[in-house]
Design a protein around this ligand. Structure first.
Ligand code: SF4
Length: 509
């Protein structure tokens, strides 16, 4: 039986370094794939300056994407009411996806300390204290998580101290997340902040009470040891659907391994039991490197960060790397061969429609390159990329792409004005990007396909089939995009659209 009274690991800093410094991540670059790879290798990618920039999310809001998924938790946003208002848009999906993992799971419970002008003068500590005590008494959660926005960070609320002092008065574990938006332009720093809080508050080995009056069950002990030694933690993050999880579980079960998914939709105890697994596997270095390396340093659990299992070759490589860790590569290779044969046959029906179609892909740096493998596999041509940012975690994905060196690559977090201009010039048949960014391309008359959808399967071999099936459908009938172009003009002047899309980028490699 687990107990939760052990001391958490100590971290010297309140928050990890932002990614501009930790990973030299860049968000303002225009060139080709070859240019950006060379710039990253020579340490010149670390640029974020535009003389004009459109809004994009902050690390506080991205943190909520992970935090709002945690089960048996209350999130108290410490800041003005506007910070975190985006939660309203994700409450429904969050509740549904929690229940896909645990039918009894409750929906998202969140509070906001609603800091106003007088709190900026007098401090927001009193409001925070009251909110924590209220949440603990009213909702009885296992954890109370406090993401800290810009205002309390600027006025100097000592949130860590408040939480330390209140810990003895609350049943819930109290966790601060230092994720003020102003500290970084690299939104993905949010993942490090959240994982830092999880490491401080939740990750520690479970204590198993052994009753000395009972004779140990050797059979149980043997089975548990075998299971632990063959259990893999898959770090699932926000852009992995439940169908994706089921597919990856199928693949790993097929080669004799057990699977645990976390951190998204996990409860506090899941972070205890994860320390008993044999291997941590990331599907995306952008999300997980901070966490997975710290878990290795603290608990000695080895890890794999390589490609994302989207696309046939990426999935096979991802699976084989895991199998190699356990010495299962021969059996895994046989399984991979049979899966690849099957998926190749299944894709044949789509190839005639898709062959030669030109595709622009925008989104997270790892996911866009992984998706490009599916696009090329189906005989389509990748004509351009836009990555939210760029750093070393893109590199392994290039191994499974062909003729990609001269393809344009724009590092930009959102910046829709650049996207509109470059998409107009490249004139693709299909835009693949996150929901919410495709609307502008639809108005340009381009068929769109979501890079990720929470109810759909993208990962593994079945994911390749699903992507092909849905792209095929999107390209067969794009009358909607054509019609909307006629009735919804874009708010950009002709002169701008004819000019250089990247003229506002001030530093470039
Ligand atoms: S940038 Fe700061 S003030 Fe704006 S939403 Fe993010 S945390 Fe709140």
């Amino acid at each position: 039986m687990a107990n939760f009274n052990q001391n958490p690991p100590k971290f010297r800093d309140k928050a990890p370094e932002v990614r501009e410094r930790r990973l030299e991540t860049g968000i303002a670059f225009a060139g080709t794939c070859n240019d950006i790879r060379c710039a990253q290798r020579s340490g010149c990618i670390n640029a974020a300056n535009r003389s004009f920039s459109q809004t994009h999310g902050c690390q506080f809001t991205l943190s909520l994407g992970m935090l709002n998924s945690l089960r048996n938790a209350v999130v108290i946003m410490h800041g003005p009411i506007g910070c975190g208002a985006c939660t309203i848009g994700s409450v429904g999906t969050s509740q549904t996806f929690r229940r896909l993992r645990d039918p009894l799971a409750e929906g998202v419970v969140w509070l906001n300390t609603n800091l106003d002008e007088s709190d900026v003068i007098a401090g927001g500590e009193k409001k925070l204290r009251e909110s924590i005590l209220y949440a603990d008494k009213e909702f009885r959660p296992e954890t109370i998580i406090v993401p800290i926005s810009c205002v309390p960070s600027l006025i100097g609320d000592d949130v860590d101290n408040i939480l330390d002092n209140l810990q003895s008065e609350t049943a819930a574990i109290l966790i601060p997340i230092h994720c003020a938006g102003f500290k970084t332009k690299i939104m993905a720093s949010a993942y490090d902040d959240v994982y830092h809080g999880i490491l401080r508050g939740l990750v520690r080995p479970p204590v198993r009470k052994i009753d000395s009056n009972i004779i140990p069950d050797e059979n149980y002990i043997f089975k548990k040891k075998y299971r632990d030694e063959h259990t893999v933690n898959i770090l699932n993050v926000g852009s992995m659907s439940r169908p994706d999880e089921l597919e990856l579980e199928r693949l790993l079960n097929a080669i004799g391994l057990y699977v645990r998914f976390l951190p998204c939709y996990s409860a506090a105890e899941d972070f205890r039991y994860m320390t008993e697994s044999a291997l941590n596997v990331s599907v995306c270095g952008t999300h997980d490197d901070f966490f997975i390396e710290n878990v290795y340093n603290l608990f000695g659990i080895p890890y794999i960060i390589d490609v994302m299992p989207v696309g046939k070759k990426n999935t096979s490589r991802w699976l084989l790397k895991i199998a190699e860790h356990f010495g299962f590569e021969k059996d895994a290779q046989k399984f991979i061969d049979s899966e690849e044969r099957e998926i190749n046959e299944a894709l044949d029906q789509f190839r005639p429609t898709l062959k030669g179609k030109r595709v622009y892909i925008a989104g997270g740096e790892v996911r866009i390159l992984a998706t490009a493998e599916v696009v090329q596999d189906l005989g389509m041509e990748v004509v351009g990329f836009k990555g939210h940012h760029y750093d070393k975690f893109s590199e392994p994905l290039f191994d499974n792409l062909e003729n990609i060196d001269d393809v344009p690559y724009n590092a930009a977090t959102q910046q829709p004005f650049e996207q509109i201009n470059i998409v107009k010039k490249l004139n693709p048949d299909l835009y693949i990007g996150h929901t919410g960014t495709g609307n502008i391309s639809v108005k340009q008359g381009v068929a769109t396909f979501p890079l990720y959808g929470p109810a759909n399967n993208y990962m593994g071999y079945s994911g390749v089939f699903e992507i092909a099936r849905r792209i095929n459908k999107a390209l067969k009938n794009w009358q909607y995009c054509k019609k909307i172009t006629e009735h919804c003009p874009l708010p950009y002047r002709k002169e701008y659209l004819e000019g250089d899309p990247f003229k506002y980028i001030k530093e470039n490699g």
